[in-house]
Design a protein around this ligand. Sequence first.
Ligand code: GAR
Length: 217
Amino acid sequence: MMRRVAILISGRGSNMTALIEAAAAESFPAEIALVISNKADAPGLATAQANGVKTLVIESKPFGKDRAGFEKLLQAALDDHQIELICLGGFMRLFTAEFVRRWYGRMLNIHPSLLPSFPGLDPHGQALRAGVKISGATVHFVIPETDAGPIVMQGAVPVSDDDTPDTLAARVLDIEHKIYPQALRLLATSGVQIVGEATRTSAGVCSDDNLIAPSVI
Ligand code: GAR
């Protein structure tokens, strides 16, 4: 059964595009039924429309700190479109604990670091300052705390001595676009269960799935 998904964006929407493209395949178990932006000038809106996906703008700015007021409109739009799952794709607005509780287990976020390392702002700058040799991206269930929650999938990339936050961001973004559709596929097929603060999944791991950096040979 096709699960009805809404993607929430605030900007560019490249993860949104990756999800829309993956969901275009007939075998994909979810349908991107709606894209909602909290900013009218989000470039991702035009991309969604060009892909034939329905878009809505619910400006959050007029609500200021009234998060519940904004979420009332958001929830009404999600109800109107019979949305079952939410994917956040660079959605830059915090939720109330009540909204998060309502969607717990049905709302995913992607963050460009190997959580729990480097949550919040400037994850690539944080990674470079910490001197890690491997970074990556994490898809996780949303909880009230920012960039935290049961991890569904992670993808890793090497960090080079020459990296800047921009070059690292570009490498990580490629892996984001690979793992987000796979994580949504898992969720849409009930292939991932929350167990305490972690998850268990029906997907396997491959013994070749290793990454060592730097590479000496
Ligand atoms: C992505 O890199 C995503 O991981 C990040 O915002 C970017 C949005 O790009 N999200 C966070 O940092 C969440 N804390 P996109 O609009 O092109 O998908």
